[in-house]
Design a protein around this ligand. Sequence first.
Ligand SMILES: NC(=O)c1ccc[n+]([C@@H]2O[C@H](COP(=O)([O-])OP(=O)(O)OC[C@H]3O[C@@H](n4cnc5c(N)ncnc54)[C@H](OP(=O)(O)O)[C@@H]3O)[C@@H](O)[C@H]2O)c1
Length: 216
Amino acid sequence: MRTGMTVAVLGATGMVGSRVTREAAARGHRVLALSRRPADEDGHATPIALDVTDAHAVREALSASVDAVVLTVRTFPADEGFLVDATRTVLDSAAELGIRVLVIGGAGALRSPGERDLLVADNPAYVPADVRPVAAAGVAQLRTCEAHACADWVYLSPPAILQPGARTGRYRRGTDTLLTATDGRSWISAEDLAVAVLDELEKPGADRHVTVADGY
Ligand SMILES: NC(=O)c1ccc[n+]([C@@H]2O[C@H](COP(=O)([O-])OP(=O)(O)OC[C@H]3O[C@@H](n4cnc5c(N)ncnc54)[C@H](OP(=O)(O)O)[C@@H]3O)[C@@H](O)[C@H]2O)c1
């Protein structure tokens, strides 16, 4: 298990990124908290202003002895081009610097339970038409990772619903198929997702596409 890492969180002020930042700091890792409008210094993480569209700045930030970078950015409305470019930028620098990348992606990139050939993004049972562009952007982001020749990446798809909640420290881990409970619910708290992120960074698995869901 890797301890005492330097973890860069790109999107550190977001719903997911702030929890990943907190979890990483609580486990004793050094955390670089990157976003365009960084939070105030709180003693747990080092806030750094960074726009992921600036490839030079990304490379410079990751050059600070970073062991792993968590990419957890998003825009409203969803911008597939932005997401793909941001992912490629981070993968390029990380590959050059030998840094592991964990991408917080979308549930849409997963396969539907019981219908392996149907992506969640294309399944109206999970993704209504108005949310489809968001899901499609997540699929494009996964394809960007898969197409990258050299980077060491893992793509973590949340379950269908990811919201702030309690940190139980328990979760189920799967690979490329949406995890659901017996009642059909597919859910995790952002706090427990952050636990899974740090577990994955400290003890990297062999799977490149993973998902997690509430521990029920
Ligand atoms: N069920 C699901 O599949 C599901 C549900 C929720 C979230 N997610 C995924 O989880 C990830 C994080 O989502 P979230 O809800 O935490 O997003 P969020 O709360 O909107 O946070 C987005 C973060 O990205 C940063 N950001 C945006 N543009 C940036 C740029 N150009 N350069 C640097 N940082 C930038 C923002 O900070 P600044 O604005 O200050 O830069 C913020 O820290 C996304 O990939 C999202 O798709 C998936």
